[in-house]
Design a protein around this ligand. Structure first.
Ligand code: GNR
Ligand code: NI
Length: 174
């Protein structure tokens, strides 16, 4: 088990499109475990593999945060197969620390995905879980919540993110 390093905006690698997972082996299980540990260490409710520099279509989610097996959701090669309604909240992202922004999302979705052993399943969700799933699937397609903001706001966020990144570097060196 290990906490992995995150990529931070404006790292261009976050804009890469991730590849389908084709091998469901022990290496994948280890990666999923490490992704949960990394997500919990940063108090996130979800994490996508590209955020740790692994460009594969793997997502882990736990919107409860009590580290219980029954709350943990693993989505491999997820696809939204149906959606309805509109919702939206001020979203945050572990790769864009310190900033939040409103994103329009579907209120309810059904996702088809594979589990860690490669079996297909479908999962319907609403509220925060549906929002989180859409946020994570966006990561797999190289999209961040800030890309939904107006160009003006995005530019402001880019500047703020660069300042925050400098501050993080400064604190690391202390
Ligand atoms: O921890 C997270 N919180 C969150 C809040 C509102 C909307 C989406 C999210 S996902 C985020 C973790 C993250 O960055 N996942 O990619
Ligand atoms: Ni995110």
């Amino acid at each position: 088990m290990a906490v992995l390093d995150l990529l931070y905006y404006p790292d261009e690698k976050l804009y890469q499109v991730s590849a389908q997972v084709t091998e469901f082996n022990s290496e994948l299980k280890q990666l999923v475990d490490d992704m949960f540990e990394t997500m919990y260490a940063d108090e996130g409710i979800g994490l996508a593999a590209p955020q740790i520099g692994v460009f594969k279509r793997i997502v882990v989610i736990d919107t409860v945060g009590e580290k219980k097996k029954e709350d943990q959701l693993v989505l491999i090669n997820p696809e939204i197969i149906s959606s309805e309604g509109k919702t939206g909240i001020n979203e945050g992202c572990l790769s864009v620390p310190g900033l939040r922004g409103h994103v329009d999302r579907f209120e309810k979705i059904t996702v088809r995905a594979q589990n860690v052993t490669g079996e297909f399943f479908e999962k319907s969700a609403d509220d925060l879980l549906a929002i989180c799933m859409q946020h994570e699937i966006d990561h797999l397609n190289g999209k961040l919540f800030i890309d939904y903001l107006s160009p003006l706001k995005r530019n402001l966020y880019r500047k703020k993110a660069k300042l925050l990144a400098k501050e993080r570097e400064r604190l690391k060196k202390q």
